[in-house]
Design a protein around this ligand. Structure first.
Ligand code: PGA
Ligand code: ZN
Length: 420
């Protein structure tokens, strides 16, 4: 049973405070988890409780730490860590708000993940095995190799340019291909006179002039590394368009133009026609422009993957509305958008039951915790994005798949992206 629950304030990859939680069992087993934090967050995400005031730019999490060490600890002592759904429900009820505003989703998620870790350790199982069934699959990985939007000062509106090894014989084989392209991209950018410093998620952050130019750079790097864009390597973008949408004018400020929803859709259609390797667009439309997102789904939903991130915020209730309205055909999954392991699993089950693909995601503010790698395998998530081939808080998640692949040998499947 749970004997102690304890949290502390640590720092994330952007130097901001975040929560680390420990769940300690009566047999001495320790489960520990670290909580990530986003920058281009959705409005309806569960509340990340921060102290305010002047200490650490107001971003301290000592209130959330106190909630873990006080109320949450008191409620969980003596509970069975293997009853994940029950543990999560106790914390949800204790919080009592619809968005975890009282105790903080950062406090609750830290304990939720640490509980899973403690339970797995007490059963002497790897986390992916404890949370998962028997038929496990390694996901299709998406690597964010060019950073823009609020993740870099590159000046590019689109937040993420990702590449994925569509053709691969193993997770390692796919990662080797991406490593070759990543290094080649660095050379291509340097040759054009661009900076090769990296952004928050480890992708390059050059001051490119347009989305097209970024995709051209990717095409060049893929080809120069010896691969075929499209058949072998796919490209995905996350414009994170809520960041450049105006709620007043209902226009998107995009690369020097003010576009309405219809114009932005025409632009995406042009991109997809021009670049056959482009297989997925995330948050092409704002979380406040459901009509725009719906129209895009009607027009492009059969052709490419359309992922809802800010618009669904991993929330089963909000996602249900999206399913009913026919918005998007895929959902981004971030544990800290909703705040417990159990609710995240519920959202993923809902996606599967309704023909939506799922992509597990890190946050732009990350830690060394590799929970989401194990979680992606356990849930047969199909896809994951966790940054680039640089910055260890990103690469460690991909490295965890190499370990799992080695451990499971022939006993693990390889998820493949649905062909365009
Ligand atoms: P965030 O960005 O972690 O800064 O919210 C990730 C994303 O938009 O997918
Ligand atoms: Zn996103």
């Amino acid at each position: 049973v749970i004997e102690n629950v304890k949290a502390r304030e640590i720092f994330d990859s952007r130097g901001n405070p975040t929560i680390e939680a420990d769940v300690i069992l009566s047999d001495g087993t320790l489960g520990r988890a670290e909580v990530p934090s986003g920058a281009s967050t959705g409005d309806r995400e569960a509340v990340e409780l921060r102290d305010g005031g002047t200490r650490l730019m107001g971003k301290g999490v000592l209130k959330a730490v106190a909630n873990v060490n006080g109320k949450i600890k008191k409620a969980l002592i003596g509970q069975d860590p293997c009853q994940q759904a029950e543990i999560d429900k106790i914390m949800i009820d204790l919080d009592g708000t619809p968005n975890k505003a009282r105790l903080g989703a950062n406090a609750i998620l830290g304990v939720s993940m640490a509980t899973a870790r403690a339970a797995a350790a007490s059963k002497h199982l790897p986390l992916y095995r404890y949370l998962g069934g028997v038929d496990l699959e390694l996901p299709q990985p998406f690597f964010n190799v060019i950073n823009g939007g609020v993740h870099a000062d590159s000046g590019i509106a689109v937040q993420e340019f990702l590449i994925t090894p569509i053709e691969r014989t193993s997770f390692r084989d796919g990662m080797e291909k991406i490593a070759n392209i990543y290094h080649t991209l660095k050379k291509v950018l340097a040759k054009e006179g661009y900076e090769t410093a990296v952004g928050d998620e480890g992708g390059f952050a050059p001051k490119l002039s347009s989305t097209e130019e970024a995709i051209e750079m990717l095409y060049r790097a893929i080809k120069e590394a010896g691969y075929e864009p499209g058949s072998e390597i796919g490209i995905a973008i996350d414009p994170a368009s809520s960041e450049f949408y105006s709620d007043e004018t209902h226009k998107y400020s995009f690369e020097g133009k003010e576009l309405d929803s219809d114009e932005l859709l025409v632009y995406y259609q042009k991109l997809v026609a021009e670049y056959p390797a482009l297989i997925s667009i995330e948050d092409g439309f704002s979380e406040h422009d459901w009509d725009g997102f719906k129209k895009q789904t009607d027009v492009q939903g059969k052709q490419i993957q359309l992922i809802g991130d800010d618009i669904f915020v991993t929330n089963p209730k909000i996602f249900k509305e999206g399913i009913d309205k026919g918005v998007a055909n895929s959902i981004l999954i971030k544990l800290n958008q909703i705040g417990t392991v159990t609710e995240t699993i519920d959202t993923m089950k809902m996606a599967r039951a309704n023909g939506y693909t799922t992509m597990i995601s890190h946050r732009s503010g990350e830690t060394g915790d590799t929970f989401i790698a194990d979680f992606a395998v356990a849930m047969n998530a199909g896809q994951i994005k966790t940054g680039s081939m640089a910055r260890s808080e990103r690469v460690e998640k991909y490295n965890q798949f190499l370990r799992i692949e080695e451990e499971l040998g022939g006993n693990v499947g390889l998820a493949h992206f649905p062909k365009r």
